[in-house]
Design a protein around this ligand. Structure first.
Ligand SMILES: C[S@@+](CC[C@H](N)C(=O)[O-])C[C@H]1O[C@@H](n2cnc3c(N)ncnc32)[C@H](O)[C@@H]1O
Length: 392
């Protein structure tokens, strides 16, 4: 049922200023009433952020696609910012708190249609379905990209892993952040990562893929979004594509050893942050088929499905170990519920520069010797070191 717009907007105000319970709010779109002036910004996003100086209200406004971020202290400055935004003639407000989601739409008659729901709220159960999206699923970005619901969930979950890692990693603050998405395919992650990261800093993002049609499609989308100056696409292999050394390396489901190529590039560039969600793992699977398993493990490897799962686990454990060898703090984690993709493992590595010790080296040597395997990533990294030694 339609209600007074003034009253409905006034009712949103306390939720926007409640920094304990606000998750995120977005004001966007024009009002449809004939002659209605456009809002000053195409879109405004609000969310609480914890800074060294304490909790603030982050306000991101978009003009001609370009985001401008400011962090307002709670109290009078935040109130003034919220009042200014509520006074803008946005056509919609989407407000998500820890207990409910409020959707306000301005009708043609200039009234408010308000929908409240408790579904999709943040219950902190650990299930992705109940977690808030970092980027609103209704964001026009997804309309342009055409990503399906499952892909949006995967990308959103990837961003949820990226968000704290970006705060944690030793990233440069005096120049634009250089990010690459290796094996970017249709660039759902590339564009979503840009949308997210560019709301707080200057970002230059390059997507790399073997396929010419991916580059052509993605370049056209970047132009449509008005992001061509900051988001570009290169056709070529991860190992050889001409891209600048990146601060943040992303790889989502880069096939088989393409993930190893991405990790090896990150090591070569000494990238401070790497997030890679691997896809299939054929390299070690092939080696396990012919190698003799350690005594007693034959009971596992005689079953193709179990050998495959073991191969996946070994591959990612050894990848993480090799990243530690190269001066990274590396973890393997589940980044999204299996219902959205069975390929839901992520390797997260933050460069610390600390080399591994003799015990870690021995552990790695024992595990590879026991299974009779040489991971592709090891071969890549060793070849890189040999080339470096030969050149020096
Ligand atoms: C499964 S798709 C994933 C695409 C995208 N990251 C996503 O998650 O939607 C894998 C992509 O990696 C690309 N690819 C595979 N091997 C590659 C390599 N060595 N260099 C560059 N791209 C590669 C493929 O062309 C494909 O587009």
């Amino acid at each position: 049922m339609a209600e007074s717009l003034e009253a409905a907007l006034a009712a949103l105000r306390p939720a926007l200023l409640d920094a304990e319970h606000l998750v995120r709010a977005v004001g966007a779109g024009r009002r449809r009433r004939g002659g209605a002036a456009p809002p000053r910004w195409e879109r405004a996003e609000l969310r609480p952020v914890d800074l060294k100086a304490g909790r603030h209200l982050q306000v991101v406004t978009y003009a001609e696609g370009a985001p401008l971020t400011r962090n307002e202290p709670l109290g009078a400055p935040a109130e003034a910012a919220v009042d200014e935004l509520l006074a803008q003639p946005f056509g919609n407000w989407h407000v998500q708190t820890t207990t409910e989601t409020v959707q306000l739409r301005v009708t043609k008659k200039g009234e408010a249609q308000v929908h409240r729901s408790t579904s999709g709220t943040v219950q902190h159960t650990g299930h992705d379905r109940t977690k808030p999206h970092l980027i609103d699923p209704g964001d026009p970005l997804f309309g342009v990209l055409g990503a399906g619901a499952s892909k949006r969930r995967q990308v959103d979950a990837f961003l949820r892993a990226l968000a704290p890692a970006v705060d944690d990693a030793p990233l440069p603050a005096d120049r634009p952040l250089r990010v690459v998405d290796l094996g970017c395919g249709n660039a759902y992650l590339t564009f979503a990562a840009y949308r997210y990261l560019a709301s707080t800093r200057d970002v230059e993002l390059v997507g790399v893929d073997l396929r010419a049609e991916a580059r052509e499609r993605n370049t056209a989308i970047a132009a449509e979004l008005g992001w061509s100056d900051n988001v570009r696409f290169v056709e070529g292999s991860i190992a050889a594509a001409p891209v600048p050394e990146a601060d943040v390396v992303l790889a989502l489901h880069a096939c088989d050893t393409a993930t190893d190529d991405a990790l090896a590039q990150a090591v070569r560039w000494q990238s401070p942050l790497v997030l890679a969600a691997p896809c299939c793992h054929h390299d070690l699977q092939r080696q396990l088929k012919v190698a003799s398993p350690p005594p007693a493990y034959g009971l596992v490897t005689r079953h193709a499905i179990l050998r495959e799962r073991l191969g996946d686990a070994l591959t990612d454990a050894l990848r993480a170990a090799l990243l530690r060898r190269e001066g990274y703090r590396a973890d393997v984690l589940q980044f999204v519920d299996a219902e959205y993709t069975p390929r839901n493992t992520m390797i997260r590595a933050v460069r610390t520069g600390a080399a591994w010790d003799a015990a870690a080296e021995q552990e790695y040597a024992e595990l590879t010797a026991a299974w009779g395997v040489t991971p592709y990533l090891q071969a890549l990294l060793d070849a890189g070191q040999d080339a470096g030694t030969a050149a020096s």
